[in-house]
Design a protein around this ligand. Structure first.
Ligand code: CA
Length: 115
């Protein structure tokens, strides 16, 4: 199992499966991937970042969710350059706060030397 696979397994324990709660501002969500995350509430997710919806949220597989997590969190956080334990912390934090940029902000104390 790669460091990414291990970290994703950890994160997905908390992200859960498909939910469609009308009180959730993110809309439909599956494996923590919300409909709204791609900027368009259309019941679909953009897997490769080309702004074209690729799959319905309800039909999103764990493997497809992994594509999104890798592209939006693991790679931008440069987790491959870190010890797997540190990579897990950084990855989980980025997913939890739904932001990579905040981790690298000038005021952040979060391992900014790896930029
Ligand atoms: Ca969408």
């Amino acid at each position: 199992m790669t460091a990414f696979e291990s970290a994703l397994k950890f994160v997905l324990k908390h992200e859960g499966g498909y939910v469609n709660n009308p009180n959730d501002t993110g809309g439909e969500t599956n494996f923590g991937i919300s409909d709204r995350r791609d900027g368009v509430v259309d019941g679909k997710a953009d897997l490769n970042g080309d702004h074209v919806p690729d799959v319905t949220i309800k039909d999103l597989t764990q493997e497809q969710a992994a594509i999104v997590y890798s592209r939006e969190y693991w790679t931008p956080c440069k987790c491959e350059q870190l010890h797997p334990a540190v990579a897990l912390i950084r990855f989980d934090t980025a997913v939890s706060i739904r932001s990579v940029n905040h981790l690298f902000a000038p005021h952040s104390m979060y391992l900014t030397e790896i930029r």
